[in-house]
Design a protein around this ligand. Structure first.
Ligand code: SF4
Ligand SMILES: [Zn+2]
Length: 361
């Protein structure tokens, strides 16, 4: 679940947003279809096969650590639930690879949670990520809410993900069943409205703002996913817009922000890459993004380090730089950059220019 928007956060911001939106790279119309239905079909046509998944098991589960709102580092059980594919067709999404074509039976999601929790060490928070929207009734059966909430009642915080269109009564109902604080993650992706629209998320900034207001009113915490270097923007614009997006998410009440390096791997992104509409971020760009966001000291910001090695990097210093990012995620402080003699410096742009990007191979 990732998303997008652009907006009227302040007069100054609005004016700079308008100027910047005029600079955005416009994808070749011949390559990327203009309408939502054509884009849906285009995205689907470029896909490979799904992975084989088991309806009684989550497709993955792991123990993570994050600082909570008070800065205390806490263990988090993260469970990736197997369920029906999300109804949206975001151009950058690869989460469909571990989903089903049909609705899961009542009782299978609680079984999956049980399976993961039986095997994970003790944790204080739980993330129930379902490659879509937790409150989409075609994804998580509503009849399972009570059992799920009972199974996760000992966690201080329950974090789920959801597209704004599925927020409403079902979210309220699940919140009432949970003993811990409910947090909903929304994929905003970018606050650059034209890019958000091109991502094919079926969401605009107004919808995001309404969702943020709803969550605040209902005492549900908000987490936001933002893309580092989404398609359709130049490298310079991506960096500027990521900063706007971080500020925008914070201004709309986000209590945590996850920065997701945009990756290839779903067919559509490779096609956009071959047309010059997408280039995966380098490790240096990921570092710059987190450094800037943590430097703000306005809220918790994390870099998603999943599959980090796939992004253009320097093999000599990769491990040290990954460890630095991990430490920064935990401490929420800026740690001195790794000084590598291989010329990695703050980013790999030179490396990128001399070698093909691993993410596009
Ligand atoms: S809304 Fe659905 S398609 Fe879009 S990123 Fe999220 S899970 Fe993927
Ligand atoms: Zn290096």
């Amino acid at each position: 679940m990732s998303g997008c928007l652009c907006a009227k956060t302040s007069t100054a911001n609005a004016s700079s947003l308008n100027i910047l939106s005029g600079l955005a790279v416009v994808p070749s119309p011949a390559l990327y279809p203009p309408s939502r239905s054509e884009r849906n079909a285009w995205v689907k046509s470029l896909r490979g096969a799904r992975n084989v998944v088991n309806t009684d098991r989550p497709y993955a589960f792991t123990l993570d650590h994050e600082p909570n709102a008070s800065g205390e580092v806490v263990p988090i059980a993260t469970i990736f639930l197997t369920n029906k594919e999300c109804p949206f067709r975001c151009v950058m999404c690869d989460l469909w690879q571990n989903t089903l074509e049909e609705k899961i039976l009542t009782g299978q999601i609680p079984k999956q949670i049980e399976y993961a929790l039986d095997r994970l060490p003790e944790a204080r928070q739980v993330k129930l990520y379902n490659s879509g929207s937790f409150f989409d009734p075609a994804a998580i059966p509503v009849e399972d809410y009570e059992v799920i909430a009972a199974r996760v009642r000992h966690f201080e915080r329950v974090i789920v993900e959801c597209h704004p269109v599925f927020l409403g009564d079902r979210c309220r109902r699940f919140r009432d069943l949970c003993s811990g604080q409910l947090e909903v993650a929304i994929g905003l992706e970018s606050a650059h409205e034209p890019t958000l629209s091109r991502l094919n998320k079926g969401m605009d900034l107004k919808q995001f703002e309404r969702a943020a207001t709803f969550l605040k009113k209902e005492n549900v915490a908000l987490r936001v996913f933002l893309l580092i270097q989404p398609p359709f923007l130049s490298l310079e614009e991506s960096s500027i817009w990521l900063r706007h997006s971080i500020n925008y998410a914070l201004e709309h009440g986000s209590t945590a922000i996850s920065l997701i390096p945009t990756r290839a791997g779903n067919g559509a992104m490779e096609r956009l890459g071959s047309n010059g509409d997408f280039r995966p971020p380098t490790l240096g760009t990921i570092e710059e993004s987190l450094d800037w966001a943590i430097g703000l000291q306005k809220g918790r910001v994390f870099a998603d380090l999943w599959d980090l090695k796939k992004f253009p990097n320097c093999p000599q210093c990769f491990d040290r730089r990954r460890d630095r990012l991990k430490s920064m995620n935990l401490s929420q402080t800026i740690i001195q950059r790794v000084n590598c003699g291989c010329g990695s410096d703050p980013n790999e742009r030179d490396i990128n220019e001399s070698e093909p990007s691993p993410g596009l191979e």
